[in-house]
Design a protein around this ligand. Structure first.
Ligand SMILES: Cc1ncc(COP(=O)(O)O)c(C=O)c1O
Length: 388
């Protein structure tokens, strides 16, 4: 078919493809444990749901401005100022139907042919895809198990050049649960100032840190002007289906980025923004309850996977994923993921679907009940023994 080179450069998201396959198998009668997708298994907290329902009843069902409702932008600005320790105003905030949309808007606004953008690999597959759509060259920064899935300083320094226009960072990270240490963020900041590039800091898992506190690169001296913080409601407040995200960054850049939203979604649904105000300003107990539950599940799944012959699993420091090493089986991560899907009824993702440096690993989301995790561990152990 005669489609553009641009769309041919676009990648997909394995999680959605595997979900469709798993659902089909389940329809055919196979028992399935879903560990492939990155969404909390909890329901949206009651106070947030009620705020959304009230908003619809009160007819907040019309368009909002492209940048987002001013009351929601103010709530976001206060939240970012408080949680990141960097003063942000409502004018520096852009609301979007999901964090993904502001990642896209930022890349479309800052990148073009001849530019380079450095992104972590393995990582959320959309980074590489949207950089490629923009026409810029996507330059992978390997995220290595030997470095505890943290940040490879030496390689980073080698990859930066005057062509670098954007560096994407994600801490805590999908799919590894890795965290970028403060001194590594300081290095990125130093290079950003030297080479004059922007940092796209995806902080969507910032409330799912298991040791210590989240630290944003935007709070380092001279970095507020060069950082676009991306965050959203999906993971923190179990609101994936509401489609609600945002960016905070330099005012002029944020205004340019809103042009992309004006040309696509027009604006974000009004009643979801009102629910978003409740999420940010209402009680936060449910966020902590969910984090504690993820913490407990992390122990169960890491210990369980590590005990399976041929598998080694590091303890992630944040988010709700594990990224075990399965290289000893001598098969591609896709083959192993397919084997688990079709023969064990466990849906997970091949590490390769997060980039070439993800080969040899699998990603399991432990945003599922402890019972499901225990059941899945038994099935994985049996199925992997068949591959030895
Ligand atoms: C690192 C990362 N960023 C962004 C997103 C997208 O979030 P949203 O649902 O707000 O579009 C995801 C979702 O999986 C993610 O893992």
């Amino acid at each position: 078919m005669n489609v553009t080179k641009r769309v041919q450069r676009a990648g997909g998201e394995g999680a959605f493809l595997v979900m469709a396959k798993a659902q089909e198998l389940e329809r055919q009668g196979k028992s399935m444990i879903y560990m492939q997708i990155g969404e909390p298994d909890f329901n949206t907290p009651e106070n947030i749901k009620q705020a959304g329902i009230r908003a619809i009843e009160e007819n907040y069902t019309h368009y909002s401005s492209t940048m987002g409702r001013m009351d929601f932008r103010k709530a976001i600005a206060e939240y970012i100022s408080r949680t990141r320790g960097v003063p942000v105003t409502a004018e520096e905030v852009l609301v979007s139907p999901g964090a993904k949309d502001v990642l896209y808007s930022a890349c479309m606004t800052l990148l073009e042919d001849g530019d380079e953008a450095i992104y972590p690999n393995p990582s959320y597959p959309i980074y590489e895809s949207i950089i490629n759509i923009s026409g810029a060259k996507s330059v992978p920064l390997p995220i290595l198990e030997e470095k505890d899935f943290g940040f490879d300083r030496d390689t980073f320094v080698k990859l930066v050049s005057p062509r670098t226009k954007l560096v994407v960072i994600n801490s805590p990270a999908n799919p590894t649960g890795g965290i970028i240490a403060r001194e590594d963020l300081e290095l990125v900041a130093e290079m950003a100032k030297k080479y004059d590039f922007y940092v796209l800091s995806d902080e969507i898992y910032s409330r799912l840190v298991f040791e210590g506190e989240h630290f944003s690169i935007a709070s380092l001296p001279g970095m507020k002007e060069r950082t676009i913080i991306v965050d959203g409601m999906s993971k923190t407040y179990a609101m994936t289906g509401w489609r609600l995200g945002y960016a905070a960054g330099p005012r002029e850049l944020i205004e340019w980025m809103s042009k992309i939203i004006a040309n696509t979604a027009s604006c974000t649904a009004t009643f979801t923004q009102i629910a978003g105000i409740e999420a940010l300003t209402g009680p936060q107990d449910d966020v902590e309850t969910m984090r504690q539950e993820f913490l407990a599940r992390r122990e169960i799944i890491v210990e369980g996977l590590d005990a399976i012959p041929g598998v080694t699993c590091r303890k992630p420091h944040g988010a709700f994923y594990v990224f075990p090493n399965v290289k000893s089986f001598g098969r591609s991560s896709q083959e192993i993921a397919d084997h688990l899907l079709y023969n064990a009824g466990v849906a997970c993702l091949a590490g390769r679907s997060f980039g070439s440096f993800g080969e040899g690993y699998l990603r399991f989301s432990y945003a599922t009940s402890r019972e499901n995790i225990a059941l899945a561990l038994g099935r994985i152990r049996t199925a992997l023994a068949e591959l030895k």
